[in-house]
Design a protein around this ligand. Structure first.
Ligand code: NAP
Length: 302
């Protein structure tokens, strides 16, 4: 009997890649979505509405594993008070909804694996390399990630193995944040941002999906894992590498931080700050990055 993996937010960028990988490994996949979608051969769609705490419970009841990716995109709109609440609620209240169904039906899972983000460590603009033992930062992203991870701890209290994947910037073909950058660099208008010194921990989507697969298969994995290559990629290196791939040297000055602060408001911390993160813990599980070199990873995404 094939094992079933339920992915919340499975129709997004990471979920689409993960679904393809899981199907190729012989799992069946269910996807929780806010909108009606047509079932496919091995993929079943279920509806939920986090705001009204509605969910088609069958999705949870037939799952062997749950992968929780759902959440409002953090870089899509300005962080007004309303938007901030939506970013938090779509993660925290969605975990709570899944928790309630699991608890109500005494439903056991082989594992519950949740996305989180390296933003939990906040802006660490020095050389320090953040590990999973470091405390969450005091800024908005640190707060979001902490709330998100705390909501997963309730599920762990149901004696379910839980894993939190603290994800870096995910590189994918015409997807994620690269989708916004590529047109600029293609027309030779790309440049570094702010000081350019902010670190950018990145991971290729293929490697990230392999980590999720491993989190399913390796019963020893539990707790938080950083999912990003540990290297010296900062915004200048990232921008220069991308420009080189498009055959030019950056000629424009760095985009001034003040401009981004005016345009993006508080959300500008996503692009103006960064931190380095350690991948030691995930490497200790036996995982190996297929893409360790930024240029090679970017070329694969173009
Ligand atoms: N991509 C990255 O670089 C990156 C980095 C770090 C962490 N992460 C985290 O990884 C997760 C997946 O990322 P992704 O890049 O695949 O994001 P994505 O493409 O935006 O997909 C997220 C999915 O979540 C669902 N969703 C959005 N708002 C929701 C809401 N209010 N209630 C319930 N579901 C909602 C949507 O599915 P439906 O429209 O079908 O409901 C959406 O397709 C996110 O939580 C993200 O924060 C991503």
């Amino acid at each position: 009997m094939k094992k079933n993996v339920l992915i919340s937010g499975g129709s997004g960028f990471i979920g689409t890649h993960l679904t393809a990988l899981l199907l190729s490994k012989g799992y069946t996949v269910s996807i929780l979505s806010r909108s009606e979608k047509q079932n496919k051969a091995d993929v079943f769609y279920y509806k939920w509405d986090v705001a009204t705490q509605f969910i088609e419970e069958e999705a949870v009841l037939k799952a062997d594993y749950i992968i929780h990716l759902a959440g409002e995109n953090i870089g899509e709109k300005r962080w007004t008070a309303k938007r901030k609440a939506a970013i938090i609620d779509s993660r925290e209240k969605s975990s709570q909804l899944l928790y309630m169904v699991l608890k109500k039906h005494y439903k056991k899972l082989d594992a519950f694996i949740s996305a989180s983000a390296v933003g939990i460590y906040g802006a660490v603009n020095g050389e320090e390399i953040c590990t999973e033992n470091d405390a969450p930062a005091n800024d908005f992203l640190g707060y979001v990630c902490q709330k998100w991870e705390d909501s997963i701890d309730f599920i762990e209290n149901l004696n379910i193995r839980t894993v939190k994947i603290r994800t870096g910037l995910v590189l994918g073909k015409n997807e994620g944040f690269l989708k916004k950058l590529i047109p600029l660099f293609k027309y030779r208008l790309g440049s570094a941002i702010g000081s350019g010194k902010q670190y950018m921990p990145w991971i290729h989507v293929e490697d990230l999906c392999t980590i999720y697969l491993q989190a399913i298969q390796n019963a020893e994995m539990s707790g938080p894992y950083n999912a990003a290559v540990t290297d010296n990629t900062n915004n200048t290196i990232f921008s220069k590498t991308l420009a080189r791939i498009f055959g030019y040297s950056i000629w424009l000055p760095n985009v001034p931080a003040i401009v981004l602060k005016m345009v993006l408001g508080e959300m500008s911390i996503i692009v103006l700050t960064g931190r380095r993160v350690s991948s030691e813990k995930i490497l200790q599980t036996g995982f190996n990055f297929k893409f360790k070199n930024l240029e090679q990873a970017l070329k694969d995404c173009l």
